[in-house]
Design a protein around this ligand. Structure first.
Ligand code: FA5
Length: 344
């Protein structure tokens, strides 16, 4: 077969190729070892020199041309295949994208941050501490020895641990007050800290009690700190968070690690103080315990109670969030109902 004829036939045949399988057959037929072109190239050796040169150059030119045409056809067939698949799957690239679902902070986290922010602007530093504690920090160093009746105030979840050093048994902290000791142990006065974190109590849940909840501890120790500083700080905090119209009540309360001790309550938002299910018909919602740091506690950490005095408080951010948003059941916070959580 004439070289020119081989070329014409190959190109004409290539036009009819419509898939990759047929293209492979074409390659074998026109560029394979047994193809007329390969045979022509092989037979060149038997020709006279002049003719060998002329036909050799022509045959190589055709080979290059066919190889190029093969690559182009392959690319075109692959592109057509992709376009067809997209068409079948109904992909419409002009459609607007699907908006990804955005997460958000849990209402307790939002509240904890807002409360800490108020205290930061009042000069307090934010620190955190362990949720798994030693008896020593949770009770003993806070003036609550093993057989003290005040232990009944905190229904404790004890941890059965083989380790039992000089700090007593292991437990889940029932309040954030152990951090008062941990902070004072490693700091010289003045001290001004707030400590947010989770606490655990083995108690029945109701509209205002959870077995896992947050507290924010506050501690200020310096020369000349009085009860007036405590009242002023808490009053300022309550005004910033609840506005001027909510009433704040300080009442005597007992905590072994403060003297005197108080319970701070805000008038109930749900009934405006008239009494309802939420406030247990008292008209008030307790949000924190507080008081002047007990001299025995200061001595325990090596502070001289004749030189230094201080105040401390422990407040419940869920209770504050309930007051702020009008939530009437604390159990909603941790029952993972997105209809509730999405509102914040
Ligand atoms: C204490 O835990 C003391 N450590 C607070 C304190 C700190 C007093 C420093 C003096 C000085 P109490 O058990 O009252 O106190 O808890 C303090 C606050 O934590 C409560 O006012 C309430 O807001 C919150 N709280 C307590 N128990 C629960 C609970 N089961 N569920 C939700 N919040 C709670």
């Amino acid at each position: 077969m004439e070289l020119d004829e081989i070329k014409q036939r190959a190109l004409a045949h290539l036009d009819d190729v419509s898939d990759l399988l047929a293209l492979e057959a074409w390659r074998v037929a026109y560029l394979g070892k047994k193809s007329p072109l390969s045979q022509a190239l092989r037979s060149l050796g038997s020709l006279p020199l002049e003719e060998r040169r002329r036909l050799g150059a022509q045959a190589n030119q055709i080979k290059e041309l066919l190889e190029k045409a093969l690559l182009e056809k392959e690319a075109a067939l692959k592109a057509a295949e992709v376009a067809q698949t997209l068409g079948q799957e109904g992909v419409d690239v002009t459609l607007p994208g699907r908006r990804p679902t955005l997460g958000r902070l849990h209402p307790t986290t939002q509240m904890v941050r807002a409360i800490c922010q108020v205290f930061v602007t009042l000069g307090f530093q934010v620190v955190e501490g362990p949720e798994v504690e030693w008896d020593y920090y949770n009770f003993e160093a806070l003036n609550i020895p093993p057989d003290h009746p005040a232990r009944d105030m905190w229904d404790t979840l004890w941890i059965d641990s083989p380790e039992r050093g000089d700090k007593g048994a292991m437990l889940l902290r029932t309040h954030t007050s152990p951090m008062q000791i941990r902070v004072m142990e490693r700091t010289r006065p003045p001290v001004r800290v707030v400590v947010p974190g989770k606490c655990y109590r083995y108690e029945a849940t109701d509209a205002t009690h959870e077995s896992m909840f947050y507290q924010i501890e506050g501690l200020a120790v310096d020369k000349g700190i009085t009860f007036a500083h405590l009242k002023g700080t808490i009053g300022e905090f309550a005004r910033r968070l609840f506005g001027g119209e909510r009433k704040i009540r300080f009442r005597c309360d007992y905590f072994p690690f403060v003297e005197p001790g108080v319970e701070v309550a805000v008038d109930c938002f749900a009934c405006n103080g008239a009494g309802c299910r939420l406030c247990g018909n008292t008209g008030w919602l307790e949000i924190m315990g507080a008081g002047m740091v007990h001299p025995g506690v200061l001595e325990q950490v090596g502070y001289d109670p004749k030189v230094y005095t201080g105040f401390a408080f422990g407040l419940g951010p869920e209770r504050v969030a309930m007051l702020r948003h009008g939530i009437d059941d604390i159990r909603l916070f941790y029952s993972n109902d997105l209809r509730f959580l999405r509102q914040f």
